[in-house]
Write a protein that binds this ligand. Sequence first.
Ligand code: ARG
Length: 572
Amino acid sequence: MNLHQTVAAEAEAAFAAAGIAGNPVVLQPAKNADFGDFQINGVMGAAKKAKQNPRELAQKVADALAGNQVVESAEVAGPGFINLRLKAAFLAQNIESALSDGHLNVRQSMHPQTVVIDYSSPNLAKEMHVGHLRSSIIGDSIARVLRYLGHHVIAQNHVGDWGTQFGMLVAYMVEQQQDNAEFKLADLEQFYRSAKIRFDESPEFADAAREYVVKLQGGDETVLALWRQFVAVSLQHAQAVYDTLGLKLTPADVAGESMYNHDLQTVVDDLSAKGLAVDDDGAKVVFLDEFKNQDGEPAAFIVQKQGGGFLYASTDLACVRHRVGRLKGERLLYVVDTRQKLHFEQLFTTSRKAGYLPENVAAEFIGFGTMMGKDGKPFKTRSGDTVKLVDLLDEAVERATVLVQSKNADLGADEAAQIGRTVGIGAVKYADLSKNRSSDYVFDWETMLSFEGNTAPYLQYAYTRVQSVFRKAGAWNQNAAVILDAPLEKQLAVELLKFEDVLQSVAETCYPHYLAAYLYQVATLFSRFYEACPILKAEGATRDSRLQLAKLTGETLKQGLDLLGIQTLEVM
Ligand code: ARG
């Protein structure tokens, strides 16, 4: 059930009864629970249009609302707001179905779509660094939410496995193999650096590297074999990171740049034939009037370089055709650093004009900001290098394990390590996902590992608190009716029933932080409810009903965290 929509529908009906049908009802959650559960703010606007007294009109709407199945009371306040209180019986009944329907009262989408999500997508020439963290976990969470709502999600890991860098790497592989049969690819970062040094210091090496690029693109089997070997190792590194992070990405989701190589010339020729790409100094360029610069000149989207080489843009055009034509995507999402925004806008515009992206297919750039250090600069190691993702995750687990041990000295080493892993990885992911992805954010160990505030440890701990209630509860009636008497029982129930609302807005906007904020709110309300309404000390029907609320809280926290890709624990 979408609670917001359900209440809004009642408000709309009341607007119609009051003679102002069609005006926006502007329904909002109440700012202060003492005044009600929701607030209607649309009457003032409607009154102005209809030239009526807003308070009188509001009273008409309120009268029309009274006594239906959903609304308990509607009170006019201020210049013409209406405060709504929902019926306890209506809330209780929906809590009961959330407990019994196996899907927390969240319906499957009525219009399931095939959604193609491009995420993670690291360049394979180097090891994954912290810059790839955001795309990986934001994309993974969006994929989980969409799947939960019944959409068909196709993950595409658009790895950078093609281009000039690979000529250099192959040249270095050849050189290394001559020296010692078993060359080392264990440290890709080091391997890349050494290759780059050779490239810069030796003109012969650089020439060889360029030759390998030509051979690679020409399909030379020997060079391809070396390239494949490199790519395989690099992908193994990436997969290890995905597994540590608990992402749903698998090797089957890899659809790298090289995959489109065969199609690039076709695409450029097609754009030329359609009169979109024109010759410009030997290069092929699509001029886009939509992106004029200050001097009024259209932006140049280069699709083929002088001399025939292809670029990032050429690959992405072929890729759009693939995702629409082959994968039958109806919505294409690209979870990529916000600095690439212009590239994607130009890509989408060009694709629309070329007919690769029909009107009924949506294409959305899901940009994210940079992860910053506490010094306000992009996150780096002390020596100023980019931080390898594996190292960062190892550190998270280490810190969390120490923390967990300090909180609970009784834990055995194995148990502490296991809890430390869940808390550490969860903390890193949650710190990221709980922030508005559009902005930069400061990466800070102390805040993310804190047990207070909007953090993973706080939510994971809240979940274990719910579980501990059940360990102590003994036998209870799991089919008991839900009774909502106390204000905090009701508030918690209203919040629990907003789960579908929040998932739908995450699915629409691709902002996972809405879900994080929601879970934090649920956990906070639960702890207030827990203080105000004793569960285990209560008796009979009240005790069972409170246990039902606790049960749904636990299930919502667990499911919600899972949709963020974060694990829960039974004890910690
Ligand atoms: N490999 C690119 C990078 O690391 C990201 C690729 C994003 N996806 C795409 N279809 N261009 O910057």
